[in-house]
Design a protein around this ligand. Structure first.
Ligand code: COA
Ligand code: MG
Length: 309
C-alpha cells in the first residue's frame, strides 16, 4: 500500500461557488475541508461566472487550516474541462484538490490526472494537486477497486448517497429513519467503497445529509460511517461542522488508552511477552495495530495524550 498525503477530512463543507457571501463565510469557518462547488449547488446560468468567483475567493481569502478543494462538473457535461482549466490556471497555487463527481471508471480519473499534469507543467506549480472522487453511480460501485487505484493523485473517495440512490433506483420512501427497511439501505455500497479506499491508502468519506435541522439523525449517520471506517462526513450547513468534527475525533480517553497500550506493549515485548493486560483488556500485536489508528488520527487532529502518559 502506497502512503498518501495526510489531510484532515473529519468534515468537508459544501459551499455553492456562485455565492460570494457563502464563499467568504466558509473561509472564516473552523472546518477541516471546504469544497467550493461548481456542480449541483450552482444553476446552469451561474456556472461560468462561478468559476471566476471561486478563483477570486481562493486567491484573496484566507482559508486558514482548511483543505481548499473545488468540485467540478461531471465529465459527461461540457463544463468539466473548462472548470479544471479555469480554476487551476486561475488559482492553482491556492488549491489543494479537485473533486470529480459521478466518476464511472478509472479512465475518468486518468483524464483529470493528465489534464492536471499538463496545466501544472505549463504553470510550473510547486505542488501536485490531489484528486478526490465521488462514488455515486451504480457503475462506480461495481468498479470501485479499479477507480481507487487509478492515479497517484487520488486522496479520497466520497460516498454520494443521493445520486447513488437515483442511479440504483432505490425507492425514495426507503430513505428515512422509519422506512421499515431492516438496516442501513446504503450499507453494502458504503462498506465496499470504504474497503477499496483503505486498500489504496485513500480517505473514505461519507456524503451529505440534507435534513440539516435534524442534528440527532446527522450525528447517527456520522457514527454509522465512522463505525465502518470512514474518516469524515460532508456538511451542507455550518451547523453540521462541529458535530462531524467531534464524532470523527478520538476522545481524550481513547487517545490516552491508545498511548498507554502502545507504551505497555513496547515494554512487554522487550521482556519477551507477546500478550499483556492493559486497562482490563488483552493487548497484542493486533490490538496495537488497531489503537495505532487512534494515535494517527489524534496526531493529525492535534490531540495530545494527557500529562504524564
Ligand atoms: N457555506 C457557507 N455559509 C453557509 C452555508 C454553506 N454551505 N450554508 C449556510 N451558510 C450561511 C448562510 O449564508 C447564513 O448566513 P447569514 O447568517 O450571514 O445570513 C448562515 O450560514 C445560516 O444559514 P441559514 O439561514 O440557516 O440557511 P440558508 O437558508 O441561508 O441556506 C442552504 C440553506 C441549504 C441553501 C445552504 O446551507 C446551502 O446552500 N448549503 C450548501 C448546498 C450545497 O452545496 N449543495 C451541494 C452539495 S450536497
Ligand atoms: Mg452528486
Amino acid at each position: 500500500m502506497v502512503s498518501k498525503i495526510k489531510r484532515l477530512r473529519r468534515c468537508q463543507l459544501a459551499v455553492p461557488g456562485s455565492s460570494e457571501k457563502m464563499l467568504a463565510k466558509a473561509a472564516a469557518m473552523d472546518v477541516d475541508h471546504v469544497f467550493l462547488d461548481l456542480e449541483d449547488a450552482v444553476a446552469p446560468n451561474a456556472k461560468v461566472p462561478a468559476r471566476a468567483l471561486i478563483v477570486t475567493a481562493l486567491n484573496s481569502l484566507d482559508f486558514g487550516h482548511s483543505v481548499r478543494c473545488v468540485r467540478i462538473n461531471d465529465l459527461d457535461s461540457h463544463y468539466a474541462y473548462e472548470d479544471i482549466i479555469a480554476v487551476v490556471e486561475g488559482a492553482g497555487a491556492n488549491l489543494d484538490t479537485i473533486l470529480v463527481p459521478k466518476v464511472r471508471s478509472a479512465c475518468d480519473v486518468r483524464f483529470v490526472d493528465r489534464l492536471l499534469t499538463q496545466i501544472e507543467t505549463k504553470l510550473g506549480l510547486p505542488h501536485r494537486i490531489g484528486i478526490e472522487v465521488l462514488i455515486e453511480e451504480a457503475e462506480a460501485i461495481m468498479r470501485v477497486e479499479e477507480i481507487a487505484g487509478a492515479s497517484p493523485r487520488l486522496e479520497a473517495l466520497i460516498f454520494g448517497m443521493g445520486d447513488y440512490s437515483a442511479s440504483q433506483g432505490i425507492d425514495p420512501r426507503a430513505i428515512s429513519a422509519d422506512s421499515g427497511y431492516p438496516g442501513d439501505i446504503w450499507h453494502y455500497a458504503r462498506y465496499k467503497m470504504i474497503i477499496a479506499a483503505r486498500t489504496f491508502g485513500l480517505d473514505p468519506v461519507d456524503g451529505p445529509f440534507v435534513s440539516f435541522k435534524d442534528s440527532d439523525w446527522y450525528e447517527t449517520e456520522c457514527v454509522r460511517a465512522k463505525q465502518l471506517g470512514a474518516v469524515g462526513k460532508w456538511a451542507i450547513h455550518p451547523s453540521q461542522i462541529a458535530i462531524a468534527q467531534k464524532v470523527f475525533s478520538p476522545t481524550q480517553d481513547e487517545v490516552d488508552r491508545a498511548y498507554r497500550a502502545v507504551a505497555a506493549y513496547r515494554d512487554a515485548q522487550a521482556q519477551g511477552l507477546g500478550a499483556i493486560q492493559v486497562d482490563g483488556q488483552m493487548v497484542d500485536v493486533a490490538t496495537v495495530r488497531l489503537v495505532q489508528r487512534t494515535i494517527d488520527q489524534a496526531e493529525l487532529a492535534g490531540i495530545r495524550p494527557s500529562e504524564g502518559i
